[in-house]
Design a protein around this ligand. Structure first.
Ligand SMILES: [Zn+2]
Length: 416
């Protein structure tokens, strides 16, 4: 048992931020036991760590990120998705055929993720199994929580970044076998998106998903181009989401759909029926996609929503930045498309970044009893002589903070 003192803040729901100022958080076997205003008599002899006015918050969850694109962040941001992929991303990802190219990039990505307080993530690697295993092992060594995917591409892809259908399915099955029974890092099926996957491949992945009980992550109605192309290639499907439903890919584990900017009624049906998570990546949306997810509207339809950095379309690891970006974009959405747009507030955005995203991994992302103590201590956010409330400090950190404000990190109850 350990006790941590500070200003403790976590989300109960999208509408409720729980704030315990000047309080004590008790941790037993790496899990939250309770939060107390004063140290209870029974804990009088428990070791204490005093973080003073430090803000103790849950670590963040990034539900959509391409670790392989970490090296290209901030490059080609003046292009739109299809041109950006063909000009920068696909040539760059092809170098991951060489594990020696991959190793330092994945090392830098994982270090940066920890520095920025992202301890739980849904990660795309590339089509290359050996390099994907390097990323997988690095995440395991650090004790992080992740779903990691070897990407599948066998169609309409450049020759230097394309597998045969048979090879793609075989390599994926080996990848799943290599990581069965894994701990907090798990494999996930990762068809890049419908435009680069043949029907045979997607349906084959559906069989693997059922056989191994493994979920799926992909891009869904990401841009008008992607949404249109998916329906052109799969004319028997009425929505992008239905492709994955018909292939048997949903309901085998978590179903994580990145972006979901242009959903049809049927996309909403599939996502609510299979409890999918739609991942809002506001920075990436600004950079290469040029569409805005209707966060509040989708939530009202019953869709689960989380946040993603979407590096390299997004440029930085900190999910706290995405909290601020999601609020800014929701205002533009309301201004330009008032029928679907409603502004969200910091309470809502922080919930998406912590508890909502964390649900995919288990009990992480909040401080209710039984939750894993994955936490960050935030400080040095106030101006001298101008004290702020804990909620104000949280908001300022999301808008104006960076990794230097994260002064301590706890992963699985241990200081790292
Ligand atoms: Zn992406």
């Amino acid at each position: 048992m350990e006790l941590y003192h500070g200003d403790i803040v976590y989300s109960e729901s999208s509408e409720k931020l729980n704030v315990f100022e000047d309080s004590w958080l008790a941790v037993e076997d790496g899990k939250v036991e309770g939060i107390y205003k004063d140290v209870p008599e029974k804990f009088k002899n428990v070791p204490v760590t005093d973080h003073g006015r430090g803000l103790i918050i849950p670590a963040f969850s990034d539900l959509h990120v391409h670790a392989s694109q970490y090296i290209q962040r901030g490059i080609g941001m003046d292009l739109l998705l299809n041109d950006w992929l063909n000009t920068y991303t696909f040539p760059q990802e092809s170098h991951f055929a060489d594990p020696e190219y991959a190793e330092p990039i994945y090392e830098a990505y994982v270090d940066d993720m920890i520095r920025n307080g992202t301890f739980h993530a849904g990660i795309f690697a590339t089509i290359h199994r050996d390099a994907t295993n390097i990323l997988f092992r690095k995440l395991e060594e650090k004790g992080l929580w992740a779903y990691v995917g070897k990407v599948n591409m066998d169609f309409q892809s450049p020759s230097y970044l394309c597998e045969t259908t048979e090879e793609s399915l075989r390599e994926t099955e080996i990848f799943l076998e290599e990581h069965s029974g894994s701990g907090t890092v798990k494999p996930i099926l990762t068809p890049r998106f419908a435009p680069t996957c043949s029907r045979e491949l997607i349906w084959g992945l559906g069989k693997l998903g059922k056989k191994y009980g493994v979920g799926v992550q992909t891009h869904v109605v990401e841009s008008r181009w992607e949404a249109g192309e998916s329906l052109r290639l799969f004319p028997d499907c009425v929505s992008d989401s239905q492709i994955y439903e018909k292939a048997g890919l949903l309901g085998n584990g978590p179903s994580i759909f990145a972006h979901v900017i242009f959903p049809t009624e049927d996309d909403i049906r599939v996502m609510t029926e299979y409890d999918c998570v739609a991942v809002h990546c506001p920075e990436a949306t600004n950079n290469v996609i040029a569409g805005i997810m209707a966060v509040k509207w989708q939530q009202e339809q019953g869709v689960n929503i989380a946040l993603g950095s979407d590096i390299g379309a997004g440029v930085k690891n900190g999910i706290y930045r995405q909290c601020a970006a999601s609020i800014k974009l929701s205002k533009l959405k309301e201004f330009y498309e008032p029928e679907q747009g409603k502004t969200i507030d910091i309470t809502h955005a922080f919930y998406l970044a912590t508890k909502a995203g964390g649900q995919v991994f288990g009990k992480v992302g909040a401080f209710e009893p039984g939750y894993v103590f994955d936490a960050l201590v935030i400080d040095n956010i106030e101006d001298a002589g101008h004290p702020m409330t804990p909620a104000q400090r949280l908001e300022r950190f999301c808008y104006a903070g960076d990794d230097r404000n994260i002064i301590h990190r706890y992963l699985n109850g241990k200081k790292i």
